[in-house]
Design a protein around this ligand. Sequence first.
Ligand code: G2I
Length: 446
Amino acid sequence: MKLTSRSVSLVPIMATALAAALGAVLVVSAPANAATTLGAAAAQSGRYFGTAVAAGRLSDQTYVNILNTEFNMVTAENEMKWDATEPNRGQFNYSGGDRILNQAVGNGSRVRGHALLWHQQEPGWARSMEGSSLRQAMINHVTQVATHYRGKIYAWDVVNEAFADGGSGGRRDSNLQRTGNDWIEAAFRAARAADPAAKLCYNDYNTDGINPKSTGIYNMVRDFKARGVPIDCVGFQSHLTNNAPSDYRANLQRFADLGVEVQITELDIAGSNQANAYRDVTNACMAIRACTGITVWGIRDTDSWRTGENPLLFTGSGAKKPAYNAVLDALNAGGPGPTTTTTTTSNNPGPGGCTASVSLNQWNDGFVASVKVTAGSSALRGWRVTATLSNGTVTSSWSSNRSGNSGAVTFTNVDYNGSVPAGGSTEFGFQGTGSGAGLNPSCTAT
Ligand code: G2I
């Protein structure tokens, strides 16, 4: 049986509440019945543990046994990329991606989509394109693929590896980039429109510490948040050798502080310090509530793209390596992940009215709230949402004008999201310190 985050995530909360009620000091110790698989161990704190999967290996029994036992998130290693899904312009092929998705779903796992746009593994027809025709083809690709998988993907890597290595902190040159600097936000908006339920991530490598490249991405995410471009998560690939950078955790934390989830998306670690480095990376994720999960880039060393470097958790014959035990122990000892609650308040939803619902990510001393404003049976020309913070303070907000930062806080539309068609919706958000409990949003058409 798989543990679900819902069934287990209450345990630490109840323990904390009990300790608080008794005025006791909460002694944290390893759970008496530590989980024995990576997925179950991660689920104890509301997180996932995933792997990249290659469709061609799904007929290998050793591979499938480990996959089904240990992991509860799956990424298609190549099968959802542009060259695989749209080999000819306008002709889509989902066979490999569907095979991986169906296998995962049949096993109760969720799926990370990888990757809608990447300058590598563009199909030949797109590689030879530029300018506005490429922009059109690229947006069509995002729309078609995200629509095909609508409602089935936990998070999409919407754009992969768009930043340059080295000290510039800027974008990498590619035909995608040459269509205009706004290509990334255009892709995110198209993905959101096609699959509103999927979390939308930007994913890259060599971003594992605080460096010019990760800072360039940080600035982009901050700008997206400020302007209401829909981005929910940042993926840190973490293809490492020997050690994670010493500021690995601090780097994840600064992104989390922008109000996005952070995910470790393609972890593999070569070198003699492997087990320790895997432990450090896992501990870093466990220490950040907005770090929702870890994905390793393959199961056995022989499945790795890093041929001969043995960077994974299982040997070629499928035995658990010391790095496996290091990760399992760190997951079992892990701190709490995000608790997400969704509340909907429906007031005056009829003609001229609107409803507001809030999805709240709460951790010890802070929260991120995403609020969805939905129009009633007639279109909105403007809206106002009031939410109550009895024990928290708003530190920043996006896609809205705000008045106040505690008590009854009012948010109104900005110029680009005031018009909402009948039955349609738009989102804004805010983050703060303290508790976001009991926000109880109410919406009024203006
Ligand atoms: O390069 C490592 C990863 C870096 N981040 C993005 C990931 O998508 C990327 O994954 C790798 C896959 O692990 C490889 O399996 O992406 C490579 C492509 O750049 C994948 O390699 C390709 C080979 O280049 C092709 O020749 C081969 O047909 O794998 C294909 C399928 O086996």
